[in-house]
Design a protein around this ligand. Structure first.
Ligand code: ZN
Length: 326
């Protein structure tokens, strides 16, 4: 599966992992499988760092598991095949490394595969993740599949950003939403999973409510990166730091995490202004926040990273001198 800088998703969680925020959605999906109410396409709307891809895999295992007791058992041959990607009736569409997107030839290969009789005589399952990476042609091709589904196939789309999918695709999928749990609940869960003494709150403060990502990153490094970013941004705002030099060094590594830190800092400054605590050139702050969000979305493309950061820092520099952003 294609990795993403700063936001990568473990696929090694066992099928019986206890992710409390998914308990009720698992129950609903399990009931839907039991009563054969699942339909042909399901859209799981959840950030990958909250377990969206794991949930899609769990659903596939729920369909293939041959255990007599609780499904998926995670132990039988069929469950293990799902987890290792060896289940012959199952496909996974993810961005191809270089292109960073899911392309039309992948959807065509999927169609060809779905047209064949299933190996095990049951349903064929396709997991498409992250679904917002379908490029326009691929999404159009997928639309045809969604309109005329082959046999008893099940398409499971996973996305943290449903608004980036065409409305025509969205309307043909059964939506499965997972509300984002409060930070305290995620912290508590992280303490049961890893180091109890890590500053999980600070880590989630940078990467957002993504506990599965939190387990994968070096917590101390993230906390340090955030501290360093905040210190530097305060100086930029005071006009005491050179944006060009700072951007050059920040653009080199950990770009996504750095942008996330900057976003958090900007949101705090805007909150301070909104609550009347501080005077600010809000126009520049909002413009910088827009830039930061755009930069994060472009992080996986060959965007000029130092330049993107430099642009952001100049906005803040404008905020410091009360000049209108240009
Ligand atoms: Zn099983």
């Amino acid at each position: 599966m294609a990795g993403r800088e700063g936001v990568f998703v473990p696929t090694t969680l066992p099928m019986d992992a206890n992710l409390p925020w998914l308990t009720s959605v698992k129950q609903s999906l399990s009931d839907a499988v039991h009563h054969d109410r699942l339909g042909h396409a399901v859209l799981i709307q959840i950030d990958p760092g909250l377990g969206g891809e794991w949930l899609a895999t769990w659903l596939a295992a729920r369909l293939y598991c041959t255990a007599e007791t609780v499904k998926p058992c995670g132990q039988c041959l069929d469950c293990r095949r799902v987890v290792t990607g060896e289940q012959p009736d199952m496909l996974r569409l993810s961005p191809i490394d270089e292109s960073k997107e899911i392309r039309i030839d992948q959807v065509r290969e999927m169609d060809a595969e779905l047209a064949l009789t299933s190996h095990g005589g049951g349903r064929k399952v396709v997991i498409i993740t992250p679904a917002e990476k379908l490029n326009r042609n691929a999404a159009n091709a997928l639309l045809k599949t969604l309109e005329e589904p082959a046999g008893s196939s099940l398409l499971v789309l996973v996305t943290g950003e449903p608004s980036r999918l065409p409305a025509t695709v969205l309307s043909r999928c059964t939506p499965v939403g997972v509300p984002t749990p409060p930070t305290e609940a995620l912290e508590a869960w992280l303490r049961t999973q890893g180091n109890r003494n890590k500053d999980w709150r600070a880590v989630l403060g940078v990467i957002g409510p993504r506990p599965l990502v939190a387990l994968q990153v070096e917590a101390e490094a993230i906390v340090n990166l955030q501290r360093e970013t905040i210190r530097a941004l305060d100086q930029v705002l005071a006009g005491n730091l050179d944006p060009v030099e700072t951007a050059e060094s920040w653009g080199k590594e950990r770009f996504t995490l750095r942008i996330m830190s900057i976003e958090n800092w900007l949101v705090s400054r805007i909150r301070e202004w909104a609550s009347g605590q501080k005077v600010a050139n809000t126009e520049a702050l909002f413009a910088a926040l827009d830039d930061a969000r755009e930069a994060r979305q472009l992080a996986e493309t060959p965007v000029n990273k130092p330049l993107a950061i430099e642009r952001l820092l100049w906005r803040l520099n404008a905020a410091s001198t009360k000049r209108r952003p240009g």
